[in-house]
Design a protein around this ligand. Structure first.
Ligand SMILES: Nc1ncnc2c1ncn2[C@@H]1O[C@H](COP(=O)(O)OP(=O)(O)OP(=O)(O)O)[C@@H](O)[C@H]1O
Length: 773
């Protein structure tokens, strides 16, 4: 590329940055002014100031995020005009576009135009920058006339893409705004309103597409989505850390990243459990089990319930209790909300019994007590400890935590609530009441919360008490103000002058002292179980259980969702191998399936080895086509079974020594994670077992499940047969393990290789041509 051309681009880039700096300065001083502004004023004025504050702060975040690689492309269009494309839109002083946001319609041809279908584009240019300096240009000439005269005959095609794909991995996913491909762009900007499912093999950019779709939707529907927040669900904490920087780097903060297990506010899922019990708890039939567990707590005595009252005994017979229980159930109210009815009816029965006894006319006349007396008896009974204890037995107030802890710690309760489970399955649910929660509990807690209902009375009482306290305080302030009024004023004058009371009553003063909720929408969404999100994105969606889907659907009644996954990679026994089975119950006929077919992560040589694995699962699977080959073929090491740990350590140490800042994952059968992990860490002290969600290490030892969604420069897959046989979905796990590498794959085994790795077993170097590269 000629140096004049680079100089011309540099001139434009410098102009863009000058304007960018001015905008940032303006935004940050506007923000500082808002912060300095007094906190006085009407509630309305405060709301307006808070809104302006949030807007300015968001704008500043967007500007800061966009600084690196601010402008990355240029489109030359047919009328001789050109547009620069970047991370955000910037206008000059005369409101002419200096830079177009990558999400704006005018930028779209940058991602879609091809030589066959140029979309009015003559040339697409990628700018490579270092800080604020243009260092290289890559042109793609889409107009045949122009191509003939292109300088140095440069038609660089996919140079920017390949540069991005060949770069070393840092343990943090980066955005792909500069190189989004046409099939990805179509999904990112899809205007489908309901559930969009993106099915694609490993490395096809599903995660990248999902995150860029979130950024696009926030751009296109900012008002609605920023208020309601976008929820992004990932499989585990390490994965969320891996993707955590992508949306902030695009200036988007109205996004909550979470696992399903963390979606029940206040519960941190730390308990480990077997995949088998997680699978049982993930079944949709568990909704019925939870409902039955609630019903089981609505107790009636076998014959009579006796209640001590003032040294006498009141009696509730079974029939009465059954009648009250049925009436409460018939209301259709959640359990806790139906309790007042139960209390009312039971107390009434007892009060009448007591009144009959103490108000009886010994001469046989009518009862001597009037309705007021009976009302007094009701009040006394309601407050009596014995009656309260009886009510707690008949219809206790329950929290979801209490309900499930009681259920899972009692074989008897499990047997009663889950008669459909075999005795062995019931045993798998049994556990100690203490010990916290597992990820599979969150959907059950949520289900229980729906059935129990929040008992809002306590919260309402608290709000009322706080309001009264504020009023009392305000009244006190006014009284002090009146008390301290000057006494020097002449009488007449004092009457005429306005008092504080005339200007402000206690109610309005109290309102001023009301604490504003300064939490962001994302913080509020995270703390609120009943929050409904503007859009929900689910990554590795094939792994979610039926119960997890029930929870997510409740959080998104509009069904505005993007689900990305690969049913060939399903590893969790609770997960699915059919989108239809998962979605039809919630949105039959209203979900759309899109496919991604190109593999950006895994080089052709590795895919040639991995390609037969999903075919072993289902012959209909289409393996994605790799966009690049590296010339590096996977290697296979056979070692003696007894020697595996130390030989693995030796191989890992050799690989680690040649990493040069790159990252290596050693993926082992889950059952041998600790044993083989120890062997690797003994040989490579910097290695870690399990990806650290806080900081990645250059060498990590992972189970296939832990490696899901992640990628590394080099991968060592250990004992593939152990992975394939390790669980009912073992082939899915093996496919995941084999497709994590961006550069090189090695396989270490002691036993026979699984048949699906035939190409590796043949010792034939994998041939990229097999994948139609
Ligand atoms: N258009 C693109 N430009 C540059 N890099 C891309 C592009 N598309 C995907 N990638 C890169 O390819 C790699 C794989 O992408 P991603 O993790 O999104 O794939 P995936 O389909 O979610 O994979 P898996 O199902 O195996 O987890 C990532 O490093 C991503 O940044």
């Amino acid at each position: 590329m000629s140096s004049e051309e680079i100089a011309r681009e540099q001139e434009h880039l410098s102009r863009v940055y000058r304007r960018f700096d001015a905008l940032r300065e303006q935004t940050s001083s506007g923000l500082a002014e808002l912060l300095r502004a007094s906190t006085a004023g009407t509630a309305q004025a405060r709301i307006e100031r808070d809104t302006a504050h949030v807007r300015q702060a968001e704008r500043l975040i967007q500007l800061n995020a966009a600084e690196q690689g601010l402008c990355f492309g240029r489109l030359d269009v047919e009328d001789g005009e050109y547009r620069h494309i970047g991370r955000l839109g910037i206008l000059d002083d005369r409101h002419e576009p200096l830079l177009i946001d990558w999400r704006a319609p005018a930028a779209r041809p940058f991602y879609l135009a091809t030589a066959v279908s140029p979309c009015g584009v003559r040339r697409r240019r990628h700018l490579r920058t270092d800080g604020r300096t243009v260092v290289a240009l890559h042109d793609e000439v889409l107009d045949p006339d122009l191509a003939e005269h292109a300088p140095d005959g440069q038609v660089t095609g996919e140079a920017a893409l390949l540069a991005a794909l060949n770069a070393g991995r840092t343990g943090r996913m980066t955005d792909i705004v500069e190189t989004i491909q046409a099939e990805q762009d179509r999904i990112i900007r899809s205007d489908h309103q309901g559930i969009l499912v993106v099915q694609g093999g490993p490395g096809t950019g599903k995660t990248a597409v999902a995150l860029h779709r979130a950024a696009y939707l926030l751009y296109a529907h900012r008002e609605r989505l920023a208020r309601r927040v976008v929820l992004v669900i990932g499989p585990n904490a390490a994965f969320l850390r891996y993707i955590g920087q992508v949306l902030p780097s695009l200036g988007e903060t109205s996004v909550l990243l979470s696992t399903v297990g963390e979606l029940y506010p206040g519960v941190v899922p730390e308990r480990t459990e077997s995949p088998r019990s997680a699978e049982i708890k993930g079944r949709s039939t568990m909704a019925e089990v939870v409902a039955a567990a609630v019903r089981d707590r609505q107790w009636v005595p076998e014959e009579v319930l006796e209640i001590d009252h003032e040294n006498e005994v009141l009696r509730l017979d079974r029939q009465t209790c059954v009648r009250v229980r049925e009436r409460a159930r018939e209301t259709g109210l959640p359990h806790n909300l139906a309790r007042p009815l139960v209390v009312r009816e039971i107390v009434d029965v007892l009060a009448r019994q007591w009144a009959d006894r103490i108000g009886a006319d010994l001469l046989g006349g009518p009862n001597l007590l009037d309705e007021q007396d009976v009302e007094e008896i009701r009040r006394e009974l309601r407050e009596g400890p014995a009656v309260r204890a009886a009510l707690d037995e008949l219809w206790p107030v329950l929290t979801p935590q209490q309900l499930l802890a009681d259920l899972f710690s009692s074989a008897e309760r499990i047997a009663s609530a889950a008669p459909g489970l075999s005795a062995q399955e019931q045993r798998l649910l049994l556990r100690r009441a203490a010990g916290g929660w597992a990820p599979s509990d969150a959907p059950l807690l949520d289900e229980a919360a729906e059935l129990l209902g929040e008992d809002g009375r306590a919260a309402r009482a608290l709000t009322e008490r706080e309001r009264r306290e504020r009023l009392d305080y305000a009244q006190g302030v006014l009284d002090i103000a009146i008390g301290s009024r000057s006494t020097d004023l002449e009488e007449g004058l004092a009457e005429e002058s306005l008092s504080v009371h005339d200007l402000l009553d206690a109610g309005r003063l109290a309102e001023r002292h009301e604490e504003a909720d300064h939490r962001t929408a994302v913080e509020r969404a995270a703390a609120d179980r009943t929050w409904t999100f503007g859009h929900v994105i689910v990554d590795e969606a094939q792994e979610l259980s039926e119960m997890a889907w029930r929870l997510l659907m409740r959080r998104c009644p509009t069904r505005s969702m993007t689900l990305v996954g690969d049913v060939a990679q399903t590893g969790d026994p609770a997960g699915t191998t059919s989108w239809q089975r998962v979605l039809d119950p919630y949105a039959a006929g209203r979900w759309r399936l899109e496919r991604l077919s190109l593999n950006y992560r895994v080089p052709a040589e590795i895919m040639a080895v991995a390609a037969d694995v999903p075919v072993g699962l289902d012959a209909a699977f289409q393996v994605p086509r790799s966009v690049r080959a590296t010339g590096v073929h996977p290697r296979c090491w056979e070692v003696r079974s007894a020697e595996l740990p130390w030989r693995l350590g030796e191989i890992a140490a050799r690989e680690a020594a040649g990493l040069e800042g790159r990252r290596l994952a050693v993926i082992v059968p889950e059952a041998r994670l600790v044993e083989l992990g120890d062997a690797v860490t003994a040989a490579v002290p910097t290695a870690r077992i399990g990806e650290d969600p806080q900081a990645p290490s250059p060498v990590v030892v992972l189970s296939p499940k832990q490696s899901k969604g992640l990628e590394f420069d080099a991968v060592l897959v250990v004992e593939p047969a152990g992975i394939a046989d390790g669980s009912p979905r073992g082939l899915g796990d093996l496919y995941v393990a084999l497709t994590r590498a961006t550069q090189r794959l090695d396989v270490v085994h002691s036993g026979v290789l699984p048949a699906v790795l035939g190409r590796l077993a043949d010792g034939r170097p994998a041939d990229p041509a097999d994948l139609d590269c």
